[in-house]
Ligand binder design. Structure first.
Ligand code: ZN
Length: 315
């Protein structure tokens, strides 16, 4: 078995929309976007608008290899030699995938002269709907009138480390997975969960600290559940807190996308028709909005709270 160099964008990298060179996604991409900062592309020098760049990556997703890393997953690539008419077990841990990784997607590309058979489905992509095992068993046969010579298969495993995944990020990955298989309606609720959880937790923690001397935690929680509900948190509390603390607030366009996501989420949750039909373009924008909302909140949390929040995800 020989390990090969990755032929596709690596973790946290997306193509530049101007020159197509693969560029690294900065950790503070969402906060930079909210602050109106556009770093130059290292290859062509044109300012990178992270919203346009990541949205394009979502909409032109090549088998999840772009959108899933954009939401915090990792791609591991390797190539294996295969013998026709033989079963072959592949343990992902042999290629650097951690033992406790949650496998999101496995994509197999056979090279001449073999065709693959595997236990799930007839395509070369193993069902991304299922939580996959940390190993797979392949069976290969020669193509058409192939010679029966040994062949090779390129394997792309997309995974996320369980320990690093907070609830909000898991929801976002769930949304991105549903999006990448074209199940747009199922992407909406987890996408909204991701950004709502991140915002509500940040505000709750902030207010609890302010109020800690006078009230117990349940006082703040009740206020957020019964009075300043999510829409007020998004549109009034959060912008106020961020402005007072001199941190970048959500641009109006982003806030509007996040509000639309919530409206459509309510339509879906209540079993009704969505106010506009969901397609790839609309759903991609909404998931991107959830990604930017969650990532900005998580990035600024330590700055707002004075130390890393105990329940915040990575940005
Ligand atoms: Zn460029």
């Amino acid at each position: 078995m020989a390990q090969s160099a990755p032929p596709h964008p690596k973790v946290g990298e997306v193509p530049c929309i101007h020159c197509s060179t693969v560029i690294e996604v900065a950790q503070d991409f969402a906060t930079a976007y909210c602050a109106g900062i556009q770093p130059p592309c290292p290859a062509c020098g044109i300012p990178v608008n992270w919203w346009d760049t990541l949205l394009q990556a979502f909409l032109h997703d090549f088998p999840g290899l772009v959108s899933l890393p954009a939401v915090g997953a990792t791609n591991t690539f390797f190539q294996i030699a295969v013998q026709p008419y033989q079963y072959q077990d592949i343990a992902f841990t042999d290629y650097g995938v951690p033992q406790d990784a949650h496998i999101l997607d496995v994509f197999l590309t056979p090279y001449s002269p073999v065709t693959l058979y595997q236990s799930v489905g007839g395509s070369n992509r193993l069902a991304r709907h299922h939580v996959l095992q940390s190993s797979i068993r392949l069976y290969t046969v020669p193509w058409g009138e192939g010679t029966g010579e040994p062949g090779s298969v390129q394997v792309a495993v997309t995974w996320v480390q369980n320990a690093n995944s907070g609830e909000a990020r898991k929801s976002l990955i769930d949304a991105a997975q549903n999006f990448s298989i074209g199940d747009f309606e199922s992407a909406i609720i987890p996408a909204n969960n991701a950004v709502e959880l991140a915002i509500t937790r940040l505000i709750e923690e902030f207010l609890t600290r302010v109020e800690a001397a006078r009230h117990d935690k349940s006082y703040v929680r009740n206020f957020l559940i019964n009075n300043a509900t999510y829409s007020y948190q998004l549109n009034i509390l959060l912008p106020t807190i961020l402005t007072l603390k001199e941190l970048p607030s959500f641009p109006l366009a982003l806030r509007s996308e996040i509000s639309t996501l919530t409206k459509i989420r309510n339509d879906v949750a209540h079993g009704g028709k969505t106010s506009r039909p969901l397609n790839k373009q609309i759903t991609g924008r909404l998931i991107c909005a959830a990604l930017f909302g969650m990532s900005h909140v998580n990035y600024i949390a330590p700055r707002l709270l004075g130390r890393p929040g105990p329940r915040q995800d990575n940005p």
